[in-house]
Write a protein that binds this ligand. Sequence first.
Ligand code: ZN
Length: 265
Amino acid sequence: MPSEADKSNTCQTALLGVCLSKQPATLLKEVEQLCGAPVHARLGTEYNVGGADVSEQGPFIVINPYVLKETKTRQEAAIVHELLHLKLRAKGFGGVKYEPTETRFYNIAGPFLEEMVGLIHAPIEHYIIFPEMRGMGFDPGIEVKHYCSSVLEGKEKEPIDDDQRAVFFFRALLETNDQKLISKLMSFYESKHWNGPMALGKKLAQIVKDSNPRAPDDVANVYASCMNTLLERRARLEFKGWFYFKRGRFEVKVARMWIVPLIQL
Ligand SMILES: [Zn+2]
């Protein structure tokens, strides 16, 4: 039996010391070809869930340090997850940039709107990339499943308001296909009288499933659509096309989202 050290010596491709098996290694090569540069990987902070983007130095992924304490499969899954986000970036799926029509409104609502990029835009991308992860033998919903279970067991803080409750339910529906967990979550919501946010979460997930986004414009439009459903009478979001800019020799693309307040803050 080769020792762990011997095995790492024979490793062909590794990121952050994690040896990548065949399919993840092929994915890394594909992403590097699409980006035209090597992918850098670094550890984030414990508060950072991970990420993928392009800086002046080139494409990079960020992995939460706790991942390295997990099993080899979970470590590879986290790397593959971020590589697939990066692959979307390389294929023209951009991030989101709000273009507020009113500064005062944005000063107050900005942090909430920015948070929704992580809580709604990322899950829309997950809807596209998770089947690919499953095809490689990984369980992409494991993070959100653990998080839901922790909330149900009272180990993690409950979502604090109706927006957070709706979005939490939306993520659970979109990112896991664990019917048992969804049923438990439904009973939990009913016991809390969170029926409105639960219905809204279902509606948001259905918007994504019905539109089945496949292209960059689809993702931007479905994001605007989800946000308009969530914001309802508070503000209106409009996708106004793409904004391109340079980071070093790399071109970065973001969806311009006009945000028009419908209420006075
Ligand atoms: Zn993600």
